[in-house]
Design a protein around this ligand. Structure first.
Ligand code: B12
Length: 172
């Protein structure tokens, strides 16, 4: 809460076109946030992966709708229909992400439009199958698949490349 003295000080400041433009830009930045839908896959009960990603995405400047674990594909689709989503982040660590992630992409189909769809975590139970599973996920409609130690760093640089995140504005 501002005190009277600081409000009076604001009044005394000279308003220039530049300072006004900067103030409008700041106000827009703080009010209009991109909405991201964060979801687990239907069989996956793990939650800390989702909590981690929720905090990360918030720090990157998104308004995060976290559907939590064990989400049926119908709920993901309903949220895409009802909200103005710009990005869907699917997370799975129980090893079923490759199969159930694909189900999500196939169920969403043309509903996706230009919404970006990404997935990551421990997507298979066999480390030797990660590469093949990633290729299959991309084939089914994902824009990117993230796994291994660099998953989070790769996600951040993907979002930056797609201009979904401005790293100078992010609160990392
Ligand atoms: C805690 C835990 C549990 C807890 C979960 C509590 C909770 N509320 O979440 C309990 C005990 C309930 C549990 C249950 C099970 N678990 Co468990 N669990 C773990 C454990 C020890 C830690 C997971 C964790 O929370 N880590 C902390 C979070 C922050 O990190 P994270 O999950 O790894 O996520 C990171 C990355 O994966 C990545 N990431 C994840 N998603 C995404 C998405 C994107 C887009 C990106 C970029 C990155 C990304 O970023 C995250 C942050 O770095 C792991 C083993 C381990 N050491 O990792 C096993 C593990 C995940 N569980 C496993 C299994 C098998 C199970 C069970 C099936 C066991 C059983 N037979 O019942 C059940 C799951 C049942 C189900 N229906 O899903 C296996 C999965 C095997 C696989 N994938 O090959 C693991 C790997 C253990 C193992 N080595 O076998 N588990």
């Amino acid at each position: 809460m501002k005190n009277v003295k600081s409000i009076l000080n604001d009044f005394k400041k000279e308003v220039t076109p530049d300072s006004l433009a900067e103030a409008v830009k700041k106000a827009n930045r703080s009010t209009v946030k991109k909405q991201v839908l964060l979801t687990g896959v239907r069989s996956d009960a793990h939650t800390w992966n989702l909590s981690y990603l929720e905090l990360l995405l918030e720090e990157l400047g998104f308004d995060v709708i976290n559907l939590g674990p064990n989400v049926p594909v119908e709920s993901v689709a309903l949220n895409v229909r009802l909200r103005k989503i710009e990005l869907i982040v699917v997370s799975s660590v129980n090893g079923h992400g490759a199969i159930e992630g694909q189900e999500i992409a196939e169920y969403l189909g043309s509903l996706l439009g230009d919404v970006s769809l990404v997935i990551g975590g421990l997507l298979t139970t066999d480390p030797n199958k990660v590469e093949a599973a990633s290729a299959q996920l991309i084939n089914s409609g994902y824009n990117a698949v993230f796994s291994g130690e660099k998953a989070i760093a790769d996600l951040i640089s993907f979002l930056h490349q797609q201009q979904l995140v401005d790293l100078q504005e992010a609160q990392l």
